[in-house]
Design a protein around this ligand. Structure first.
Ligand code: SF4
Length: 410
């Protein structure tokens, strides 16, 4: 939307000076929805045109209508290409504009605004054909629609021509990409052929479809352009809970993928998502997930405390009390911190190259990524953004490493 608006001559501004505020919302979890609604309420007190975009308008339209009375427009993720039209209608005096659609535009072909000059993000598909029993994202994103390989590759070329050195491949589930028979490994191979020097970060891969492309995927991950980073959301390691979640795979499928990836790439960064307190999850189900974490030691675990979302099947099941959910979440969180620190300590003394892709949060610090997408913080008074640098890891924390800058790469 920012790319489209800039192309039409609109300027991105700060909140104080803006005439119009666009909020790209998320509604995946209840806690996110609460935060978004509170944020929208605070914005609605400013005298500005408030446009509410993203998933929440489709997930909870009625709530927004009831609680954010003075919104100017709402549009869903399939209508982002209408943003200029929406703003023009508002400029011409329309009071409330609603734009919903079932078909997304070919998003890789739309103009992009780079919020970070080093990182280009391209979506390869929209929606999902699965029906996980807890998920409301699918209501907002609809059935799977894959974007043409040619458009995705062109989009990446435009990013690398502009100097991007890190490309994020994203969607609701990258493993289900299939455009007229072209699947994810072929798409990645084509992107790797682009001559510039850059890394590719492959986003979320659902175990269900990953198993079908596993050998080709591992083969193409051997290309040095692809970060050795696997985001495989397992959600639970209890067979019974996975069935109730309707994820379509069992723990052994996820385990096989992980083992094969580790065999090919021993330094792999493994990231996973786990939901705790799913309805009927008992102590022994939870114990299976804990054992999985102790045994496999993922580097990153995104923990979600289960809370039912509107219109989902899981909402009809008997819910746990918040106490149980919080207790399990705390236990898993503590284990996660311990395991992540243990994993990160293995990098102590490692020397190698990192791409600096962000400014650090503290003065004169920079955030880089090594070949496994491990976050590495380095100190330098020079501007390192977008540079490849050589570092030595001197300290490990549970969610990042600290590196000593040795030199800037040629
Ligand atoms: S894979 Fe499941 S959780 Fe993910 S978008 Fe599809 S239905 Fe939702």
């Amino acid at each position: 939307m920012a790319g489209l608006l800039k192309r039409e001559g609109y300027k991105l501004s700060n909140l104080k000076d803006a005439e119009c505020v666009i909020v790209n919302t998320c509604g995946v979890k209840s806690v996110t929805e609460e935060r978004v609604i509170n944020f929208l309420k605070s914005l609605s007190k400013l005298n500005k045109k408030l446009i509410i975009a993203g998933c929440l308008p489709k997930i909870n339209f009625q709530r927004i209508k009831k609680e954010i009375l003075n919104f100017a427009a709402m549009l869903d993720p399939q209508s982002i290409d209408k943003i200029v039209e929406v703003i023009r209608k508002l400029e011409n005096g329309c009071e409330k504009v609603i734009e919903f659609s079932d078909t997304p535009p070919i998003k890789p072909s739309l103009p992009k605004n780079l919020f970070n000059s080093v990182v280009g993000i391209t979506q390869i598909s929209e929606g999902c054909n699965l029906a996980c029993s807890y998920c409301c994202t699918r209501f907002a994103r609809g059935r799977l629609k894959c974007f043409p390989m040619k458009e995705v590759v062109e989009c990446v070329k435009r990013f690398t021509n502009k100097g991007c050195k890190e490309i994020h491949i994203t969607s609701q589930d990258n493993s289900s990409y299939n455009f007229n028979g072209t699947k994810l490994p072929q798409l990645l191979n084509e992107i790797c052929k682009i001559e510039e020097r850059f890394f590719i970060r492959v986003g979320m891969l659902n175990p269900l479809y990953t198993k079908d492309i596993l050998d080709e995927l591992i083969e193409c991950y051997k290309n040095e352009k692809i970060f050795k980073f696997l985001h495989l959301p397992i959600q639970s390691f209890s067979p019974r809970i996975l069935s109730l979640m309707k994820r379509g795979y069992q723990p052994n499928v996820a385990l096989d993928i992980i083992n094969k990836f580790y065999k090919a790439f021993p330094d792999l960064t493994l990231s996973t998502d786990i939901i705790v307190g799913f309805p009927t999850e008992d102590d022994s189900d939870f114990e299976e997930t804990i054992k999985f974490v102790e045994q496999i030691k993922p580097d990153v675990i995104n923990i979600s405390r289960f809370r039912a979302r509107p219109g989902t099947e899981a909402k009809k099941l008997k819910q746990h009390s918040p106490n149980i959910v919080n207790k399990r979440s705390k236990e898993l969180f503590e284990l996660t911190r311990r395991v992540s620190l243990e994993k990160n300590q293995r990098w102590l003394g490692w020397q190698g190259e990192c791409l600096i892709d962000e400014r650090g949060t503290k003065k004169d610090t920079w955030m880089g990524r090594n070949f496994t997408y491990k976050p590495v913080v380095v100190y330098s008074t020079r501007n390192l953004l977008g540079k490849f640098v050589n570092v030595e890891i001197i300290e490990a924390r549970s969610n990042y490493l600290i590196g000593r800058l040795i030199s800037e790469s040629k």
